[in-house]
Design a protein around this ligand. Structure first.
Ligand SMILES: NC(=O)c1ccc[n+]([C@@H]2O[C@H](COP(=O)([O-])OP(=O)(O)OC[C@H]3O[C@@H](n4cnc5c(N)ncnc54)[C@H](O)[C@@H]3O)[C@@H](O)[C@H]2O)c1
Length: 299
């Protein structure tokens, strides 16, 4: 059985949903989408295009063609309409289990029987969602990363019953976008690279919040060590501090280990409305964050 994917539906068009929808459209897929916020796609694309692509590493992904491709995405006024002809549905809604379960039930009811159902969740293994659908063997995690890094990658992981052909189709779909698939052989919280990134987040957030170091020195060190133009704190700003907090809470709720609890100082930033790039302020201020200055590394 070879599974053919031609029609892709993206549910949720915020930071990551807009990226995935545009990337699928530029790669020639017939893309449908739905978000209850009709203006979010435009905002997400503007924020994405504002990232200076000349500063990221060379990538096979043709961002210059995204604006034209974005115009081809079919926007729908309901979830059921958006998924009705999909070969693959990718859910990209906020990191909240109850919300995701509700949407998974709705998409299962309205999508074609053979559609593959995927979640872009950063922290929830699909086994937490598969009970909401009739065919758990057609479910998978398909987790794209924010494209700040230029070359993109995506974790692909099955749940407890995912069919091998479904996993293979997910991997081939990712590859067809010019994105590197990271196959996860057994279910693990955090997938492949997200688990690595998560340990960096936890450690650096606590080093900052407990007063050991200035977050800018952590970013400087990271930039020198890896040769990138950003560090962990600038990347957290790009992802969104609210998103980071929610993800860390999922790990904490899973382990109940107090060391896994995100620091109160991060919560304070969020409560003050400082969510990172999307609100103009997080650890740094935007649109011209300090770490973009040539003097930043060696002030
Ligand atoms: N932000 C990142 O860098 C990043 C990276 C990888 C994975 N993710 C994951 O992607 C998912 C979305 O994150 P995001 O940062 O794009 O969030 P976001 O808040 O930017 O966007 C979520 C969107 O979902 C929409 N939405 C809410 N209810 C909906 C519904 N019933 N149907 C359709 N859309 C609905 C919202 O209106 C919003 O536009 C999360 O699971 C997150 O863990 C995020």
């Amino acid at each position: 059985m070879t599974i053919k994917i031609e029609k892709v539906t993206v549910l949720g068009l915020g930071t990551l949903g807009a990226q995935i929808a545009a990337q699928a459209a530029v790669s020639g897929y017939d893309v449908s989408a739905y978000d209850p916020d009709e203006k979010v796609f435009h905002r997400s694309m503007e924020a994405f295009m504002a990232i200076d692509q000349s500063k990221v590493r060379p990538s096979p992904i043709k961002v210059s063609e995204w604006s034209a491709a974005a115009g081809k995405i079919k926007m729908h006024s309901s979830l059921s309409q958006a998924v009705s002809e999909a070969d693959l549905v990718i859910e990209v809604v906020p990191e909240n289990l109850d919300l995701k379960l509700k949407i998974w039930r709705e998409m299962d009811e309205a999508a074609p029987e053979n559609a593959i159902l995927g979640t872009n969740s950063s922290s929830m293994p699909v086994s937490k969602l598969e009970g909401a659908v009739r065919q758990p063997e057609r479910c998978l995690n398909i987790h794209f990363y924010h494209m700040t890094m230029g070359q993109n990658m995506a974790d692909v992981m099955g749940g407890t019953m995912t069919n091998a052909e479904v996993l293979k189709a997910g991997i081939e779909f990712v590859r067809s976008l010019g994105v590197v698939p990271l196959k996860v052989n057994k279910e693990i919280l955090g997938f492949c690279f997200n688990r690595v990134w998560r340990s960096i987040k936890r450690e650096t957030l606590h080093m900052w919040a407990d007063g050991f170091v200035d977050f800018k020195d952590v970013d400087r060190a990271w930039m020198i060590f890896t040769g990138t133009s950003w560090g962990p704190f600038s990347l957290m700003d790009t992802v969104g501090l609210d998103v980071i907090y929610d993800i860390e809470m999922v790990y904490y709720n899973e382990s109940n280990d107090p060391n896994d609890r995100p620091p109160q100082l991060l919560k304070d930033l969020i409560d003050a409305g400082n969510l990172g790039v999307k609100t103009g302020k997080g650890f740094y201020s935007y649109p011209d964050p300090e770490y973009s200055s040539p003097d930043f590394i060696n002030p």
